[in-house]
Design a protein around this ligand. Structure first.
Ligand code: E4P
Length: 219
């Protein structure tokens, strides 16, 4: 399973990269705004900075919601750096644009996916990635992980090449559950990724090993 980080914060991206486990980055307009990136040129420059920092796919989201606009913006984003994957919302014009961009060899990530039906359409349109938002589904008292399992199963049965990119991850446990049910990629904030490191028995065990070593080696 590939690990992407879901942020536009360069320091967090660097920290995950330094751990040696980072395969890519996803961003969205809210995450860019959170970092105070304003204006189209600054947004583009920030994408390039991220791409130069990470060797892997970097999802950059279109703002346009009409077919021609999505295509124009998608082409512009894709031209910024070879690592860019154009993130397109799951709407009618978005699906049409994914088909077009995919035919042009431009990689896409179909975002804001909340059902298996939407994921089937994204797959049919040739999306490189499909992003079901599991945390937001859980927020509605549905089960986001079950959706990941359904989509992974449907894609496997039908040989759909689109990769299931589990998004809207809220915890380290979400990451583990996504791995269990067959997501090919998870995109998570830094704290959920770093949370995978933690276990109290690791800390207790290490403390004991170090203190025993000290006792044996004390003069
Ligand atoms: C996906 O690519 C989105 O950027 C993201 O995972 C949304 O997560 P949120 O529900 O925490 O905003």
């Amino acid at each position: 399973m590939k690990f992407f980080i879901d942020t536009a914060k360069l320091a967090d991206i660097k920290e995950a990269k330094d751990l040696g486990i980072l395969d890519g980055v996803t961003t969205n307009p809210s995450l860019m705004a959170k970092e105070g990136i304003k204006g189209q040129q600054s947004v583009f420059d920030h994408y390039v900075k991220i791409c130069e920092l990470v060797k892997g796919d970097v999802s950059a989201e279109v703002i346009a919601t009409d077919y021609k606009g999505i295509i124009a913006e998608g082409k512009e984003l894709a031209s910024l750096h070879p690592g860019i994957v154009v993130k397109v919302p799951m709407i009618k014009d978005g699906v049409k644009a994914i088909r077009y961009l995919s035919n042009q060899g431009i990689r896409t990530n179909c975002t804001l996916v909340f059902s298996a039906g939407q994921a089937i359409l994204a797959g049919k349109a040739g999306a490189t990635y499909v992003s079901p938002f599991i945390g937001r589904i859980d927020d509605q008292n549905w089960d986001g992980i079950t959706l990941i399992a359904h989509i992974a199963q449907i894609y496997a049965i039908h040989g759909i090449q689109t990769q299931v990119l589990a998004a809207s991850i809220r915890s380290s446990l979400h990451i583990v559950r996504c791995a269990e049910v067959g997501a090919q990629v998870v995109t998570a904030p830094l704290d959920a990724i770093m949370g995978l490191l933690k276990h109290p028995l690791t800390d207790i065990g290490l403390e004991k090993f170090l203190s025993d070593h000290k006792k044996v080696n004390a003069k």
